[in-house]
Design a protein around this ligand. Structure first.
Ligand code: SAH
Ligand code: SF4
Ligand code: F3S
Length: 440
């Protein structure tokens, strides 16, 4: 038997890229590759990239530059670029970095083995089509090996919302849901391999409408069906759009114990004028009422969000509205970004806010969000939570896991094994994690 070839994959961007990288590694496994942790001895280097902000996209070119030495020393090394930069700038990548052999967009991953063979034969391989067939139906069956207790599972991909700032509808294409039966089968497989928590992924995951024998399934229906899978103890989903937050999903948060009390529900801004310019198609008030309904169903739910500051035309008054919304909602955690103009998006045509003003606003907003995060963590002290333990902590005898609310929790106790779910009393809140002791 010939030596297996070595594959080095580096993943940027969102959780969907993490899932895709796993699937790509599995597909290339069929072509004789095993993963390696360093690029130095790799036969193939694959960057799975993100195009969401300018910095993320530009980083890929400098990253590629660092592999020039390796490619010169070993011309038969295959260098590939996948993900959203590949989709958006495929030809430009090949032009700016001639050492790149292969470019593959997110909807063509099932063609990766063919593309790899083409690149290996010395030809350039580029595929940024949006093929009619579903890539997941054409990817190899997943291996049966034991795996970590938590997993991502893509159920929906692409976006039809066209927020004025966002590249995702262009890089991932139109919204498509995977059939419910396929999702359930994959989930059962994951559980057999030791998975106890699954996070369902989609750019607009709550817009899920998977075809099934019984018609179209909503995300709520899918969650309820997954909850019946023995051995699957926790279900999460991300990312949701406020306008797709239907009543049945809100109800599931109230009465489905396996659905975890954590919801990432981005609003981006708190000013109606800016929300309109962003094409978000809802007002600040509608979002706040929605949060109230979700909290009525599940009072302890932890809300997380995304914010963009310095969107074109944002005034001090608009920014004050965003700060007011944050105070009113109270976020357990949140991600915030300075607006980045993305080529091809409608907002990119508009004049930028003074970068110094945008920087100052971002700082002010992040200080408020950090304070809310700290207060939320502090409020956990003295409470009992369930923790799914994932790996050893830094100190001897310590294990780290995630609470139902997705806080990292450290516990020093040598009776805890990886994959255990245990009740933990929180005793201390640190900067980015909690600590506690086992209950009972
Ligand atoms: N589908 C998700 C998020 C997609 S991108 C949603 O609808 O919310 C993740 C986050 O990146 C977005 O929520 C937004 O806050 C941020 N983002 C997207 N485009 C951006 C841009 N051009 N500049 C700055 N931040 C951006
Ligand atoms: Fe981008 Fe808006 Fe679609 Fe989210 S909903 S992926 S922010 S266009
Ligand atoms: Fe980035 Fe593409 Fe995800 S642009 S955030 S990797 S969908």
């Amino acid at each position: 038997m010939s030596e297996p070839k070595k594959l080095y994959i580096k993943t940027y961007g969102c959780q969907m890229n993490v899932y895709d990288s796993e699937r790509m590694a599995e597909a290339l496994g069929g072509a004789g590759y095993v993963e390696t942790a360093t690029p130095d001895d790799a036969d193939m280097i694959l960057l799975n990239t993100c195009h969401i902000r300018e910095k993320a996209a530009e980083k890929i070119y400098s990253e590629l530059g660092r592999f020039r030495g390796l490619k010169t020393a070993r011309p038969d090394l295959t260098i590939g670029v996948a993900g959203c930069v590949a989709q958006a700038e495929g030809e430009e990548i090949m032009r700016r970095q001639p050492m790149v052999d292969l470019v593959v967009g997110p909807q063509s991953y099932h063609r990766l083995p063919e593309l790899e063979a083409k690149a290996r034969s010395g030809e350039k391989a580029l595929d940024t089509d949006f093929p009619a067939e579903d890539k997941f139906e054409h990817m190899p069956a997943r291996p049966k090996a034991k795996r970590a207790p938590t997993a991502f599972l893509t159920v929906q991909e692409g976006c039809d919302k066209f927020c004025a700032f966002c590249v995702v509808p262009y890089t991932r294409g139109a919204e498509v849901s995977r059939p419910a039966a396929r999702v359930l089968a994959e989930a059962r497989d994951l559980v057999e391999r030791g998975v106890r928590e699954i996070t369902l992924l989609g750019q607009n995951v709550n817009a899920y409408h998977g075809a099934s024998d019984g018609g179209d399934w909503s995300l709520a229906r899918l969650v309820r069906e997954l909850a019946r899978v023995d051995g699957l103890d926790r279900i999460r989903y991300t990312t949701s759009h406020p306008n797709d937050m239907e009543d049945d999903l809100i109800a599931a948060h109230g009465d489905e114990p396996k659905l975890m009390p954590y919801l990432h529900l981005p609003v981006q801004a708190g000013s109606d004028r800016i929300l309109k310019a962003m094409n978000r198609k809802h007002t600040a008030e509608q979002y706040i009422r929605l949060i109230e309904r979700i909290r009525a169903a599940r009072p302890d739910i932890l809300i997380s969000g995304d914010f963009i500051v310095g969107f074109p035309g944002e005034t001090d008054a608009d920014f004050a509205d965003t700060m007011a919304l944050i105070r009113q909602v109270g976020y357990g955690t949140a991600y915030s970004f300075k607006y980045s103009a993305r080529p091809g998006t409608p907002a990119a045509e508009k004049a930028l806010v003074d970068p110094q003003v945008a920087d100052a606003r971002l700082q002010e907003l992040q200080a408020l969000l950090a304070e809310q995060q700290r207060a939320t963590q502090e409020s956990m002290v003295g409470r009992d939570v369930s923790v799914l333990f994932e790996k050893p902590g830094r100190q001897p005898g310590q294990m780290v896991g995630k609470s139902d609310y997705l806080h990292a929790v450290h516990v020093a106790d040598d009776t805890i094994a990886k994959g255990d779910i245990r009740r933990v009393r929180i005793t201390r809140s640190g900067t980015n994690s909690l600590a506690g002791t086992l209950v009972g």
